[in-house]
Design a protein around this ligand. Sequence first.
Ligand code: ZN
Ligand code: ZN
Length: 333
Amino acid sequence: MYEETEHRTTISFYQYFTVTEPKQFRDELYIALNELKVFGRIYIAQEGINAQISVPDSNWEKLKTYLHSLEPFKNLRLNVAVDDDGKSFWVLKIKVRDKIVADGINDPSFNMENKGKYVNAAQMNELLQDENTVVIDMRNHYEYEVGHFVKALEIPSDTFREQLPMAVEMMKDRKDKNIIMYCTGGIRCEKASAYMLHHGFNNVFHLEGGVINYARQAKEAGLESKFIGKNFVFDDRLGERITDDVIAVCHQCGKPADTHTNCLNDGCHLLFIQCEACAEKFQGCCSDECQEVYNLPLETQKEMRKGIDKGNQVFNKSKQRLRPKLNEIRKDL
Ligand SMILES: [Zn+2]
Ligand SMILES: [Zn+2]
């Protein structure tokens, strides 16, 4: 493994723009970033780029200059990860994909050229005052469950590709409304806004940089947060508290709670919400059954997983629809 002592900064960015030759662009980018000792994971598609990378601190300025020198990246927003030790990646991987966000759209006349208008935190708050505004949450159920914008509509599906046509259907009689779409980091709602415009909606907005950027901006400008509860993010805390409101309940006892956890039975690992009392009572497990397994000797647990592997997967899949396993949804980011 590559030995390095210098501190790294982890950043993420995405940009929708037309990439005519994705393979060629990939190769050029690889050479330039490799020279700056950048590690990470980048996806390139004809519709744009999505990147999570780390750079040694001494090359940070050079990286910024390089990226902003590329025409499509003139106004690129680079998101610096706050709680990160810079050790998320050890190699640089740049892959060409069909899409940067899987959307299930087969319509060849759809493209990302025509997008909704960006709103920042202040504009978001202002638009929310307007009775003519509808806010649509483009995230998954478990994210909405612990935190969302006041009055935000949830689209009851766990996949983005299903949510897109559902949003159109839900809003079909309200084409004159201001529609604001949002997601965690902006990449999903930006595409959703283009999809709505493509389907004949006129006043479509999307929250620039998503909930993460909104929370930061609102804090810096001292604005009231219209996002209540927690913003679910994929770090060890499984969420950043935005306001003190606890809007979800414990999946076991029904009392107010908004702490996500993974069931400690390794054969289950279900992502669910558990209050402190239940965490103690069930020893961090999601059910009596899992707790029973959890308290067996490790060897016995391993044996059991071997035996019921197949049945277990099927069982988990049905549960996963509502509360997926963290390590599986992470890929979707
Ligand atoms: Zn509980
Ligand atoms: Zn369990």
